[in-house]
Design a protein around this ligand. Structure first.
Ligand code: ZN
Length: 493
């Protein structure tokens, strides 16, 4: 076997181990009896250690050193680039530090659950303090990054920097706070979803029907129920989605299924030749989120989508039979500043991200103290959204990211919105018939377009390269998304 063949062999074994870890995690979140949780944590830790060792093994390093850059096809060269990057990222971190971070975030996550239960941030604070300090150490392993925050951001969004984010986010802050203020000063009273029963079985059936109509392939996936929905790829040909049925929020399961479906269509659309390689992945978290948010918002809150699906919704839930489509559209496209990020509407969502970005940056460069987070959170909520959480559960304790050690992750959600905005304008230009197709229940035109332009490439291109291919520039622009928001939400002012 030649060197490239040997490299592919090593990478496919690492990829299989990842797939096994994903399966254990999927099981943990959907099926695992609670008494089996400690044993499962041990199994996952063993597996993670094995993966970590293999990912930075001397054999892999030697092979990556020896193979010349321009070996093989363009896909092979992309594989080499990606494998070298993954190897560098692993090898830069001392094993002891990686272990300490894993153990500390496991403890912090447990403390977070407890802190939420008693609404007491002080239970989490010392763990968070330690975790942030370890992550500063971690960032220090990448001296080429301009700031510690840049080193962490690059793990989720390759090549993105605070230098580029700052002006982009300043633009969002200025325009979206103005938009939200104008809306709340002038919006007419909103019709309400009529009271009535929205049985779980019907929510489940409708969610499934919509996912399949959008092109989700159930021969290579399944839909299950969990508390916090997610999408997970368990190796080749197995992309699973989950949803949560929430009492009192009858449309939540449907929209969350469509969101996860956007992620799953991306994964299911990747070139099968990339199976069992690190290229069987999205270009970045921002690109991944652009797909889910495109489906959830730009598509599933649009008039053409509901011109097709509204009769099915009305058949499922007699309560909405007397509700006009126009009123339904206003209900699902309302702007309302709220406390919880995951429930935020399109006009306010990015503001939740800005707040988190500013706070986590402050902690990493040590201008913000962990102890001050709850108060700073309330201040920024008042400033950006005009609402103040009464409890920390609805404030600083709402997300799992910080206790989980994911610092620098939040911006990718906002980037996803912006890329979705860019994509929408491009698609409407290049596929003038797409709205008519959607109105007729044909969602394949849209899916094939996204597959052709984005999905099939997997991680073959860096996010910057892919952005350049799609939009003629490496830089993400906020303007298309802001134009979309203004078009949709400023008519009331
Ligand atoms: Zn998502």
């Amino acid at each position: 076997m030649d060197q490239l063949g040997r490299l592919k062999q090593l990478l496919s074994e690492i990829s299989d181990l990842h797939a096994i870890a994903e399966l254990l995690q999927w099981d943990q979140q959907t099926m695992l009896p609670s008494g089996a949780a400690p044993g499962r944590a041990e199994q996952l830790e063993t597996l993670e250690r094995t993966i970590h060792r293999r990912s930075q093994s001397a054999a892999l390093g030697r092979l990556l050193d020896k193979i010349p850059e321009n070996t093989g096809s363009p896909e092979d060269q992309a594989l080499l680039r990606r494998a070298r990057r993954d190897f560098r990222k692993h090898a830069a971190i001392p094993v002891a530090l990686a272990g300490k971070i894993a153990a500390t975030s496991a403890r912090a996550t447990a403390a977070w659950l407890q802190a939420r239960e008693t609404d007491d941030f002080r239970i989490l604070a010392p763990h968070l303090e330690k975790l942030f300090s370890l992550k500063r150490e971690y960032a220090g392993c990448f001296p080429e990054a301009e700031t510690p925050y840049d080193a962490l951001l690059d793990l989720y969004e390759e090549g993105m920097t605070t230098r580029e984010l700052d002006p982009l986010f300043a633009e969002l802050r200025r325009e979206q706070t103005a938009l939200v203020r104008a809306w709340s000063n002038s919006a007419a009273p909103l019709p309400a979803l009529p009271p009535g029963s929205f049985p779980a079985t019907r929510q489940r059936a409708l969610s499934r029907r919509v996912a399949i109509a959008l092109g989700y392939d159930t021969a290579h996936g399944r839909l299950d129920e969990v508390e916090h929905p997610f999408t997970i790829t368990i190796g080749s040909g197995d992309v699973r989605i989950t949803t949560a049925i929430k009492p009192g929020q009858p449309l939540s399961a449907l929209f969350s299924t469509i969101h996860e479906c956007g992620h799953a269509l991306y994964e299911q659309g990747i070139n099968p030749a990339f199976d069992r390689t690190p290229l069987a992945d999205g270009a970045s978290l921002g690109f991944h989120e652009s797909q889910s948010r495109f489906y959830e918002n730009q598509l599933a809150r649009s008039k053409p989508f509901w011109e097709y699906f509204y009769p099915a919704l009305q058949r499922s839930f007699p309560a909405v039979r007397s509700l006009a489509l126009e009123d339904f559209m206003r209900i699902i496209n309302n702007v309302e500043p709220s406390l919880i990020r995951t429930e935020a509407d399109e006009a306010t969502y990015n503001l939740h991200i800005l707040l988190r970005y500013e706070l986590e940056r402050g902690i990493l460069d040590q201008t913000v103290r962990v102890a001050d987070l709850p108060e700073l959170w309330r201040e920024k909520m008042r400033e950006y959204l005009g609402v103040i959480p009464e409890t920390d559960r609805d404030g600083v304790l709402q997300d799992i990211h910080w206790p989980g050690g994911d610092f620098g992750y939040f911006p990718t959600y906002a980037l996803g919105n912006l890329i979705a905005g860019e994509l929408r304008e491009k698609m409407l230009r290049e596929l003038p018939d797409v709205e008519a197709a959607i109105r007729n229940g044909d969602f394949q035109l849209l899916r094939e377009y996204l597959r052709r332009e984005i999905h099939r490439f997997g991680a073959q291109f860096t996010p910057r390269e892919l952005h350049l291919r799609l939009f003629g520039t490496e830089k993400i622009s906020a303007q298309p998304y802001l134009r979309y928001l203004r078009g949709k939400f400023s008519h009331a002012s």
